[in-house]
Structure formats: structure tokens, C-alpha cells
Design a protein around this ligand. Structure first.
Ligand code: NAG
Ligand code: NAG
Ligand code: NAG
Length: 381
């Protein structure tokens, strides 16, 4: 009896200690401003006219290509959903008077943290995205209160201070560099990439941003695009079949990004800076895929060429091309929910939903947050 009682007391004590240690983030933001690459682009690159997406992109949720590089929703869509907010409209999308009341998405596929070069897919590097935000904010403040009709589509003035600033960028700085640089050179360049990132965060802080949510970068060596190009020599692959050098660069980038977050937290004591270890979630998914209901950890669902990668750099998902006199099409697999990878570079909606659900447990964040938020009940697993 006495033992049981003391066990109970110890348990209660432990519980109360752990819940006071874990910062309970209240997901109560009036707006979200997102910056990044294709991992969170909800339509910027496509709206800019630089690239277009064909079906079967979007087929699992929207029914047609919806500016996203996936068969459906992205991690950012699931996070917004969990916050009970509508999906973010793309800053560059001007069709149909999109509402920016609850935020704006500046992420564009192919974007890097470092300024774009002549060979970049996207000219909308992080610095440009931050400049776009400055223009967005200045224009909103200029327009607010002038015309009733447009006010309802604009964030209120205090949303800029109370809003959440989210980031998922850096993957293209690393992936792109492997085409022309050695691993050592890439590793040596990471501090310069992060100085550029820090400058952007500083600008947003100086503009009144106080809540920052920073995703690290995923195991890009596991993407079929990189395995096909850089993994032809089996000695370059790790036990998961991923390119070791790419994943090593990602890990070193993340270590330094994490250190930067810690530094910024000490510097900006009136701000919340959350680092989210998306790499650990994605690596865990690829390593233990069958436990999470997937059948293919690396092979692309939508592509050409069949196993083991179903990826051909000449034909993007949804495209048809004549090669050697034969017309070939990069088509989708029968069931994208069995695949982690969608098109050789991006994740399937099923994988994105898994990653978002793991983020929302709060266990992969620094500081961690308690998983007692009511919206968790809404995620179907
Ligand atoms: C930081 O987050 C906590 C909990 O969500 C919140 O109460 C606080 O207002 C936030 N700080 C700022 C500066 O927004
Ligand atoms: C996969 O699962 C095993 C068993 O739970 C665990 O030890 C391992 O760390 C997991 N792998 C990854 C990369 O998370
Ligand atoms: C086209 O022909 C080349 C050379 O014969 C061959 O290596 C390649 O695999 C062919 N491509 C396709 C798509 O069949």
C-alpha cells in the first residue's frame, strides 16, 4: 500500500516537473508568414511563370496541380490545418483576389538561402523573399483602413508582431552545390550560407517578428534525384541506400543551424525561436518505413524507369517526351500512400502528413513543446 502510494507520488511529481520543463507553445497565432523552397511552396514558382506543373501533381487532394510539388498537401498545409487556419496563399499569386488575412507564403521551389546565380531554378532566394515580405508589410500598412473591401483580405497591423514566421530553406544550397563542388568545399561553405540566413532573420526581427519556427533540412541523400546522379558507386551509399556525402552535409548544416538558433535565442530574449528537427523525422521514416505503413522508402511514385528509383532526370513527373524515337511519360504509381517519395525530389502527401504529425508531437523541437494541444485530436492516425 505504502509502496504503491509513493510510486504514485513520484509519478505525479515527475509529471509536474516534466510539464513545467516543457514549454507549452500555444498555437494561437493570428497569421503565419512562411519562407522556403519547394518543401513549402504553395504556388509562388508556378505563379511566377518560371515553371509549370502537370497532372498527376495535386491528384490526391486538390484534384489538379495546385502550385505544390506533391500529389497533395505539404507539411506546411498540415501545420496550418492543425492551427485551424486556412492554407497560405502564395505571395506571387494574383488570380482570384487571394486573401492574405491570416498570412502569406513567400516560399518558392528551387530557392536557395544564398543569392541566386545564372544557373538557379528560382530567382527568389531567401534575401529576395525577405524583401518581398518587407514590400508586403509596407503595402499592407499603407492600404489598411483605406478601403473597407480590401481590409478583410489583409492582416491587421498587430499580426506582424504576433504572427508566426516559419522557415524551411537550405536544401537547395547543399543539393545544388554537389554538381560543381567537393564535399569539403560544400562543408566549408555552410557558415557563409548561415550568415545569409541570420541576416534575413535579423531583418524580420527588426521589423517586429517575434515568433520564429525554423525547420532544419532533410536527408537529401535519400532523394532519388541524388541517388541516381551521385550514388552509382555503391561505396557512396549508406545502409539505407542514400548518398552518404549529401546526408553528411545536411547533418553538418543542421548542427550549425541549431547552434545559430541557440545563439539567436540568447540574443533576442523577447522572441520565441523554435528549431524543428525535420531531418530526424524524415530519416526515421525512411529507415523504419514499414512500421509507419509505407512500402517504398526511396523509390519515386511518379517517374520513369521503374525500380529501384523510378527516376529519370530527363522526364519530370507528369511529362511526356520523345526519347530515342519513343514517346515516354513519367506517370504516377497506383497508390501514392505506399510511397515516401513523390517525384524523385519531393515527398508524397502521405509522407508529408506523417512528418507534420511527428512535428506536432513537440518531441522534435528545441525547445520541445507539450503534446497536449487540442488540435492534435484532429489529426487522423
Ligand atoms: C512566446 O510564446 C509564448 C507561448 O506561446 C507566448 O505566451 C509569448 O507571448 C510568446 N512571446 C512572444 C514575444 O510573442
Ligand atoms: C528505427 O527503429 C529502431 C527500432 O525502434 C530504432 O532503434 C532506430 O533508431 C530507428 N531508426 C531511425 C533512423 O530512426
Ligand atoms: C536511348 O538510347 C540510348 C543509347 O542507345 C540508351 O542508352 C538509352 O537508355 C535509351 N533511352 C531510353 C529512354 O530508352
Amino acid at each position: 500500500m505504502a509502496t504503491k502510494f509513493s510510486v504514485l507520488v513520484v509519478l505525479i511529481l515527475l509529471l509536474s516537473i516534466s510539464s513545467s520543463l516543457i514549454d507549452s507553445i500555444v498555437f494561437d497565432f493570428p497569421a503565419v508568414f512562411n519562407f522556403g523552397d519547394s518543401n513549402s511552396d504553395s504556388g509562388c514558382l508556378v505563379a511566377s511563370g518560371i515553371e509549370s506543373l502537370d497532372p498527376p501533381h495535386g491528384q490526391s487532394f486538390f484534384g489538379y496541380p495546385f502550385g505544390r510539388y506533391s500529389d497533395g498537401r505539404l507539411i506546411v498545409d498540415f501545420l496550418l490545418d492543425a492551427m485551424d487556419m486556412p492554407f497560405l496563399n502564395a505571395y506571387l499569386d494574383s488570380i482570384g483576389s487571394p486573401s492574405f488575412r491570416t498570412g502569406c507564403n513567400f516560399a518558392a521551389a528551387g530557392s536557395t538561402i544564398l543569392p541566386a546565380t545564372a544557373t538557379s531554378v528560382s530567382p527568389f532566394s531567401f534575401g529576395i523573399q525577405v524583401s518581398q515580405f518587407l514590400r508586403f508589410k509596407a503595402r499592407v500598412l499603407q492600404l489598411l483602413g483605406k478601403v473597407k473591401k480590401i481590409d478583410k483580405n489583409l492582416p491587421a497591423e498587430d499580426y506582424f508582431g504576433k504572427g508566426l514566421y516559419m522557415f524551411d530553406i537550405g536544401q537547395n544550397d547543399l543539393a545544388g552545390a554537389f554538381y560543381s563542388k567537393s564535399l569539403d568545399q560544400i562543408i566549408a561553405s555552410i557558415p557563409f550560407v548561415l550568415v545569409e540566413f541570420e541576416n534575413g532573420i535579423k531583418t524580420l526581427y527588426d521589423q517586429g517578428g517575434r515568433n520564429f519556427w525554423i525547420h532544419n533540412t532533410g536527408p537529401l541523400g535519400c532523394l532519388p534525384q541524388n541517388v541516381a546522379r551521385f550514388g552509382t558507386d555503391p561505396s557512396k551509399l549508406d545502409e539505407l541506400g542514400c548518398v552518404s556525402g549529401h546526408n553528411q552535409a545536411a547533418r553538418l548544416f543542421n548542427l550549425q543551424l541549431h547552434a545559430l538558433c541557440t545563439k539567436l535565442r540568447a540574443q533576442y530574449t523577447d522572441a520565441n525561436i523554435t528549431y524543428v528537427d525535420i531531418n530526424m523525422i524524415k530519416t526515421g521514416l525512411i529507415a523504419n518505413y514499414s512500421r509507419y505503413g509505407f512500402e517504398q522508402p526511396v523509390m519515386a511514385c511518379c517517374g520513369y524507369g521503374g525500380a529501384p528509383l523510378n527516376y529519370d532526370s530527363r522526364i519530370a513527373c507528369g511529362q511526356t517526351k520523345v526519347i530515342n524515337g519513343t514517346s515516354i511519360t513519367a506517370k504516377a504509381c497506383d497508390d501514392s500512400t505506399e510511397y515516401v517519395n513523390w517525384d524523385g525530389i519531393h515527398y508524397t502527401e502521405a509522407a508529408n502528413q506523417f512528418v507534420a504529425s511527428q512535428i506536432l508531437t513537440g518531441r522534435y523541437s528545441d525547445p520541445p513543446f507539450a503534446d497536449k494541444m487540442p488540435f492534435l485530436l484532429k489529426l487522423k492516425f
